[in-house]
Ligand binder design. Structure first.
Ligand SMILES: Cc1ncc(COP(=O)(O)O)c(C=O)c1O
Length: 517
C-alpha cells in the first residue's frame, strides 16, 4: 500500500509551482535533488511506473480519501450504484482515488507534488475537486428560496405511518398546529389551514374577499405582486395596480396618495418579494391602507417565521403563508390568518374548497372539512415546535445575520447585489451575474459540480440574476457553502472574482449582533 503525498497548496499556488517546474525541467533542473533531469528521470520513471500499476489495481490510497469516507456509496459494491458515479463519462473506476489524474485521451501523469503539467494542470485540479465532490457529496444542497431544507425531525414525522384525519391520534396534533400557527402569526384570530400551496391559500383570500366589479388595490414590485394582480383580475375585481420596477421597495406614501385618489376595498401586497429579495415595510404599508379604510391582505409566503409579521399589532386582516419556506416543512400546506373584519367582509365570488366560513366552522370542532394531508400536518407540528423553541425573535435575528453574511460574501466576491443591502432583506439575497455571464450557467455549474441548487431570476431577470435563499432551517455554513462554491464556479466561467476573501467576510458579518430598532 502506498500513501500518496497530497498537495496542500491552493489552486494558484499549484499552477504557479507547476509552471515553474515545467520551466525548470526544460532547463534540465530536477527540483528535488538538484541533479540533471536525465539522471532524475532515469531514477524516477520506474517508481512512477510502479505507482501507476498500483493505482490501476486500486492499491494507492489518497490521504484525503481515507479520512473522508465516501458517504452514500453502497458498501457491498464499493459505491458502484452511486447515481453520480454512474453518469456517462464518469465511470465508477475513473472515480478511483481522486488524485488518479489520468483523463481520457491523456497520457498517464505522475502524481502531483512530483511533476506538474502547466496549463493542463488547471483542468486536472478542477476535475479532481469535481470528482472529490461527487465522491463524497452525493448529498444535495437545497439553497433555493423555497422549497427550503427540512430538518430531520420534521422528515421523520412526515414519514411516520399515516393516521386518520379524524382519529383520536390526529386531533391533538391538529389542535397544536392551529394554536402554534396563531403564535407564529402573532394573532388571536383563527388561522385557516388548507391542503394547498401558498398560491392556494392566497386564492382563498381572493375568492372570499373579491366580488366582481369591486375596486381593489394591488401593490406589485415583482413576480408575486404580478401574480396577485392577475388573480384578483381573474376573479373580476376592478384592479388598481400600484406598480414598481422589480427590485424597488414599495413606498407607503405612494400607497397613501393612490388611496387618496380612489378608495379600495382591500390593499394586497407582498411582504418578502421572493423574486427580487426586497422585504417591504409591512407595518407602514398597512398603516397607510388602514388610514384609507381598506382591508389589508399580506402575502407572507416567504417571510412568515423569518422576519417580523405582527398580524394583530399592525392591523393585518389577512396573512397568507405556506409550509415550505421558513416553516421548514415540505410543500403542500397553505394557511391564512383571517381577522373578524375580513371574515365579515366576504364577497360573492363562487368558492367551495377555499370557503373561509366552512373551513373555520370545521376547524373550531377540530373536524377537518376535507381529508387533510395528515403527514404534512404532523411535520408542521414538529417544525413549529422547533421554531418556537428557538423563539421567534431569535429566529428573526438569525435571519438578519444570515442576510448579512450572504451580502458580505457576495460583496467579498466583488459581485453586485440586486436585492437591497439592508438588514430587512433577510430572506433572499439576489445577485447580479457578472458582465458576460448568464446566471443560468452559474446555477448549472453549482448543480453539476457540487449538487447545490440555487434559483435563477424570474421573468425579465432570468439569466441576469441568481438568488440565494436563506429561509428557515439555515445556518451560516449554508451561506459559506454557497459562497465558496459560487467563487469556484464563477472563476471557472472566467469571471473576475476576488479569490479567498468572501467566506471570511460572510463569517464575520454573521457574527455581528443585530440591533433591534
Ligand atoms: C412571496 C411568495 N408568494 C407566493 C408564492 C407562491 O407559493 P406557492 O408556490 O407555494 O404556491 C411564493 C412561492 O415561492 C412566494 O415566494
Amino acid at each position: 500500500m502506498v500513501l500518496r503525498r497530497r498537495d496542500s497548496m491552493g489552486r494558484e499556488g499549484t499552477m504557479h509551482r507547476n509552471r515553474q517546474r515545467d520551466a525548470d525541467r526544460q532547463a534540465g533542473v530536477d527540483e528535488h535533488h538538484g541533479r540533471g533531469a536525465a539522471a532524475a528521470g532515469e531514477e524516477q520513471r520506474p517508481r512512477a511506473e510502479q505507482r501507476r500499476r498500483q493505482e490501476s489495481t486500486g492499491r494507492v490510497v489518497d490521504a484525503e480519501r481515507t479520512i473522508v469516507p465516501p458517504r452514500g456509496l453502497a458498501p457491498r459494491d464499493g459505491g458502484g450504484g452511486d447515481r453520480v458515479g454512474a453518469e456517462p463519462g464518469c465511470p465508477r473506476e475513473e472515480l478511483g482515488p481522486p488524485t488518479a489524474s489520468v483523463l481520457p485521451g491523456q497520457q498517464p501523469r505522475e502524481p502531483e507534488g512530483e511533476e506538474g503539467c502547466g496549463e493542463g494542470d488547471e483542468h486536472v485540479h478542477a476535475s479532481r475537486l469535481e470528482r472529490y465532490a461527487r465522491n463524497v457529496a452525493t448529498k444535495r444542497y437545497l439553497f433555493t428560496p423555497g422549497p427550503t431544507p427540512v430538518p430531520p425531525e420534521v422528515l421523520a414525522a412526515v414519514g411516520a405511518p399515516v393516521i386518520h384525519h379524524r382519529s383520536p391520534e390526529f386531533l391533538p396534533v391538529y389542535e397544536r398546529v392551529l394554536t402554534r400557527l396563531r403564535e407564529v402569526c402573532r394573532t388571536e384570530s383563527e388561522v385557516l389551514l388548507f391542503g394547498a400551496s401558498g398560491t392556494g391559500a392566497f386564492e382563498s383570500a381572493v375568492a372570499n374577499l373579491v366580488s366582481p366589479g369591486e375596486r381593489h388595490l394591488v401593490v406589485s414590485a415583482g413576480s408575486f405582486g404580478e401574480r396577485w394582480v392577475a388573480m384578483t383580475t381573474a376573479f373580476g375585481a376592478d384592479v388598481d395596480a400600484l406598480r414598481y420596477a422589480w427590485g424597488e421597495t414599495p413606498d407607503p406614501d405612494d400607497l397613501r396618495a393612490r388611496l387618496g385618489e380612489q378608495e379600495a376595498k382591500a390593499v394586497w401586497f407582498v411582504q418578502s418579494e421572493t423574486s427580487t429579495g426586497v422585504v417591504a415595510d409591512v407595518r407602514a404599508l398597512a398603516a397607510a391602507a388602514k388610514e384609507a379604510g381598506s382591508l389589508v391582505v399580506v402575502d407572507a409566503v416567504s417571510s412568515l417565521g423569518a422576519v417580523p409579521c405582527e398580524t394583530d399589532a399592525w392591523g393585518l386582516d389577512v396573512v397568507v403563508s405556506g409550509s415550505q419556506k421558513a416553516l421548514m416543512t415540505p410543500p403542500g400546506l397553505g394557511l391564512a390568518a383571517v381577522s373578524e373584519a375580513a371574515l365579515s367582509a366576504t364577497g360573492s365570488s363562487p368558492r367551495f374548497y377555499f370557503d373561509w366560513a366552512r373551513t373555520r366552522k370545521a376547524q373550531e370542532k377540530l373536524d377537518a372539512p376535507v381529508t387533510l394531508p395528515v403527514s404534512l400536518v404532523a411535520g408542521l407540528d414538529v417544525a413549529l415546535d422547533l421554531l418556537l423553541a428557538e423563539g421567534l425573535e431569535a429566529a428573526f435575528d438569525r435571519h438578519t445575520r444570515l442576510g448579512r453574511a450572504a451580502r458580505a460574501g457576495v460583496k467579498g466576491l466583488g459581485l453586485e447585489l440586486f436585492s437591497p443591502d439592508e438588514d430587512r432583506s433577510a430572506v433572499v439575497t439576489a445577485v447580479r451575474a457578472p458582465a458576460g455571464i448568464d446566471s443560468g450557467d452559474v446555477i448549472r455549474g453549482l448543480r453539476d459540480r457540487f449538487g447545490i441548487t440555487i434559483a435563477n431570476g424570474q421573468g425579465e431577470l432570468k439569466g441576469k440574476i441568481f438568488r440565494l435563499g436563506h429561509i428557515g432551517w439555515f445556518d451560516v455554513f449554508d451561506i459559506t457553502t454557497q459562497i465558496a462554491a459560487i467563487e469556484l464556479v464563477l472563476a471557472d466561467l472566467g469571471a473576475d472574482v476576488e479569490r479567498g476573501v468572501a467566506v471570511t467576510a460572510a463569517l464575520e458579518a454573521f457574527s455581528t449582533e443585530p440591533s433591534r430598532a
